[in-house]
Design a protein around this ligand. Structure first.
Ligand code: HEM
Ligand SMILES: [Ca+2]
Length: 304
């Protein structure tokens, strides 16, 4: 029921407006592309792609949930896009759709693929922090857990690999991966799937009781370029997050995710094409349509 032409008559300049604003944001800080892409992901995994992550709220809201607190960023950019869109076509375009288009533009402006973004999502009325904690995968999850969290929203183990390719851009805090560097699960030593030079570098960047907010690039080869180097890294033990490296190195990966990692590492075009398809699939998770939800005036608050 979503359509790439949904606003063709009611907001013909929508794409130009969003593109311009994302371009400005990236000129100011290249990382913002990654941050906007991640916001769309964290929106879609909680109650579907309904803009719920954009709502301000108390400690029970999504912004305060563990995967987002002190981590999700880009809300001011969405505010800026929304206000430009409102000036051109007031009360027409949902925040959920703006986020989906901004994610696409972020990928494309980082050198990644283009795709037509289906639209017509409406904005949800609630932000559910508890559900965010349950539904969004954690970097310390096992491969089985990650796959089942994807299955819960209608995505499969291939989508896990393809969409994890998002980690070809962006940054992560030491706190998100430092356990791997020193005291990894039962073995009480560094995760032995980390390549040795990478381990030393990361241990220097993120000392054991240092500042967990220091960040590392997710793709040490091409941090701001949307390419297949993320997958090449995994072949060499250079995945940053536990949830990255297990796609190639865990025992369970052999039967599920490893072959596709290998394939994407050798076929960039194929990865980029499949990524575009997988983003459309993710963007279709449980949208509100018709008279469900609302078109929010301000992405941070439900209409009064
Ligand atoms: C497969 C399970 C996934 C896990 C466990 C995971 C986990 C994480 C973590 C822990 C970070 C760093 C956050 C921080 O330290 O502040 C991160 C960053 C990021 N994630 Fe994921 N992620 C997953 C899948 C995805 C998917 C499906 C997408 C997009 C479709 C995505 C896009 C991103 C991006 C672009 C960043 C960088 C954000 C920035 O620089 O602001 N991730 N992810
Ligand atoms: Ca890259």
């Amino acid at each position: 029921q979503l359509s790439p032409y949904f606003y063709a008559k009611t907001c013909p300049d929508l794409f130009g407006i969003v593109r311009r604003e994302v371009q400005n944001a990236l000129k100011n800080e290249m990382r913002m592309g990654a941050s906007l892409l991640r916001l769309h992901f964290h929106d879609c995994f909680v109650n579907g792609c309904d803009g719920s992550i954009l709502l301000d709220g108390d400690e029970d809201s999504e912004k305060f949930a563990a995967p987002n607190l002190n981590s999700a960023r880009g809300f001011e950019v969405i505010d800026r896009i929304k206000s430009s869109v409102e000036s051109a076509c007031s009360g027409v375009v949902s925040c959920a759709d703006i986020l989906a288009i901004a994610a696409r533009d972020s990928v494309q402006l980082s050198g990644g693929p283009f795709w037509f973004v289906p639209q017509g999502r409406r904005d949800g009325l609630v932000s559910n922090g508890t559900l965010a904690n349950i539904s969004i995968p954690a970097p310390t999850d096992t491969l089985d857990t990650i796959i089942s969290k994807f299955n819960n929203v209608g995505l499969d183990h291939k989508d896990v690999v393809t969409l994890s390719g998002s980690h070809t851009i962006g940054r992560a805090k030491c706190a998100s991966f430092s356990k791997r560097l020193f005291n990894f699960s039962e073995i009480g030593a560094p995760d032995d799937t980390i390549e040795t030079d990478t381990l030393t570098e990361l241990q220097n960047l993120c000392p054991e009781s240092g500042d967990g907010n220091i960040t590392s690039v997710l793709d040490q080869d091409s941090a701001d370029q949307f390419d297949n180097h993320y997958f090449k890294n995994l072949l060499h033990g250079k995945g940053l997050l536990g949830s990255d490296q297990i796609l190639f190195s865990s025992e369970d990966a052999t039967a599920t995710t490893k072959p596709l990692v290998q394939f994407y590492s050798e076929n960039e075009r194929f990865f980029l094409m499949e990524f575009a398809y997988a983003m459309v699939k993710m963007g279709n998770i449980n949208p509100l349509t018709g008279s469900e939800g609302e078109i929010r005036k301000n992405c941070r608050v439900v209409n009064s």
